[in-house]
Design a protein around this ligand. Structure first.
Ligand code: ATP
Length: 239
């Protein structure tokens, strides 16, 4: 469904991605782990053309999207839940969801607003209960659900999640990981998940990639990476 072939990306003179090869097949949860600054967020945003890949190819559902403008990429049944959630704190929960709808305007297969809201509320009943509340008054976990719900308004088939567990309490983190598994199993969403929380991410992922200094240094099934001595030493033992 998504393939990066030798993708490099730069911020001015800094090379943030170094010839990355990565594949996400339909129906998979693929996780990307790595230390702070390894380039995980850059990999996500480069898929949307920000920054644009300086070399290599990005193919989404058999279409080369490497050179497409970001707003065209956003209309291709792919959605990003950015690091830090970026919800609009002073707007209501419902308004935040409708922003997701307009961001995805023009997407093939997108719902109308009411259908989109119904779907999101069925997944996250708490958002329906709080729909008129200002988003800034939600708990951290609820805000993460809102950020995911907003991304789902455009009915994507591929969801990119950047550090969804960041800053949340352990119990809430478990709920978020359950939610991700349910989105994959029950809704059939394909998921690319960036996580600091490597252990839990690898547990729910079919496959994973380890990114170091902008380059993929290891890839394998979630289980193999969990058992890998290098991964254990670098990303799991201290966690
Ligand atoms: P984190 O978990 O801390 O977000 P990351 O693995 O997502 O880390 P990136 O945020 O992708 O890493 O950063 C990769 C490299 O690119 C780092 O060296 C970072 O300093 C640099 N970088 C990221 N964003 C920018 C930017 N807007 N301008 C310049 N350099 C940047």
């Amino acid at each position: 469904m998504l393939e990066l072939q030798g993708v490099s990306a730069h911020y001015g003179a800094i090379q943030a991605l170094k010839s990355v090869d990565l594949q996400v097949r339909a129906g998979e949860i693929v996780t990307l782990i790595g230390a702070n600054g390894a380039g995980k967020s850059t990999l996500m945003t480069t898929i949307f053309g920000m920054p644009r890949a300086s070399s290599g190819r990005i193919v989404l559902a058999d279409e080369d999207i490497t050179a497409l403008p970001p707003h065209h990429i956003a209309q291709r049944q792919i959605a990003l839940v950015p690091e830090g959630r970026r919800i609009f704190a002073r707007m209501s929960v419902r308004e935040n969801l409708l922003v997701g709808m307009s961001a995805a305007r023009g997407t093939r297969g997108a719902h109308d607003a009411e259908t989109g809201l119904r779907h999101v509320f069925a997944l996250f009943p708490i958002l329906e209960a709080r729909q008129t509340q200002r988003a800034g008054t939600l708990s951290g976990g609820e805000q993460q659900m809102l950020a995911i719900g907003r991304a789902l308004m455009g009915s994507p088939r591929l969801l990119l999640l950047d550090e969804p567990s960041l800053g949340l309490a352990p119990l809430v983190i478990r709920t978020i990981f359950h939610t991700i598994t349910a989105l994959n199993r029950e809704l059939g969403l394909t998921i690319l998940l960036v996580e600091q929380n490597a252990r839990q991410a690898l547990r729910i992922a079919h496959r994973g990639y380890v990114l170091q200094n902008g380059a993929v240094v290891l890839e394998g099934s979630g289980q193999d990476l969990l058992n890998d001595p290098q991964v254990r030493a670098a990303y799991l033992d201290a966690a």
